[in-house]
Write a protein that binds this ligand. Structure first.
Ligand code: IMP
Length: 195
């Protein structure tokens, strides 16, 4: 599809994260959908899965806004740590940060990890739906790259040609990222239901 696709749908994206908005906007270049970020105050619940967190958040957002809206929750699941930080990724990033995560993995050989992105959508006329996208890779021993956000500088996706997400421009990250994969599922579903 071309880059000049006419935008015929407007979707609200409940997030205050400018990086997520940019990635999603870039992903949507080929679709007739434009988004508007809505930063809502409210605490993120603690849940066992990113799907649970995204579904809870979107319900809260939908109650406040009263219009169709979607949200996205990501977690970094490190195999050797039993999936930690997983649904606690935001808290871990804010507290011990990347340095702390690298410390936890000091002299660890199996550094396999996975990003999981859950997109939940809610509208007055339907039950909440949720879509999962993943990206598997490994945690490096030090930060590499200046792009992206969050844990990007230490995560090297398997299909990323030995580069971390932070060593990629949005375009490259978006070809293989967890968020692109969950968005693709969501948008496919959305356009079938709302066209
Ligand atoms: P959130 O709860 O979805 O906002 O994200 C949980 C944590 O993971 C936050 O610290 C984010 O900065 C980080 N994070 C979310 N998405 C990504 C990503 O695509 N790459 C790297 N880190 C991310």
């Amino acid at each position: 599809m071309s880059k000049t696709v006419k935008k015929t749908h407007l979707l609200l994206f409940a997030t205050g994260n400018i990086h997520k908005i940019k990635e999603v906007q870039h992903f949507l270049r080929d679709y007739p959908i434009e988004i508007k970020g809505v930063a809502l105050k409210g605490k993120e619940i603690q849940g066992e899965t990113v799907e649970e967190i995204a579904e809870f958040s979107v319900l809260q957002a939908s109650k406040k806004i009263g219009k169709p809206i979607f949200t996205e929750d990501t977690g970094l699941f490190i195999k050797l740590l039993g999936g930690f930080p997983g649904p606690f990724s935001s808290y871990v990033y804010k507290t011990i940060g990347i340095t702390g995560v690298l410390k936890l993995l000091e002299s660890v050989k199996d550094r396999s990890a996975e990003f999981r992105s859950a997109i939940a959508f809610c509208a007055p006329d339907i039950d909440t739906v949720c879509f999962l996208g993943t990206s598997s890779g490994k945690i490096l021993i030090k930060e590499q790259g200046i792009h992206g956000f969050g844990f990007d500088p230490i995560f090297e996706p398997d299909d990323g040609k030995n580069k971390t997400f932070a060593e990629m421009e949005i375009e490259e990250k978006n070809r293989i990222s967890h968020r692109t994969r969950s968005m693709r599922k969501f948008v496919t579903w959305y356009l079938k239901h709302y066209n």
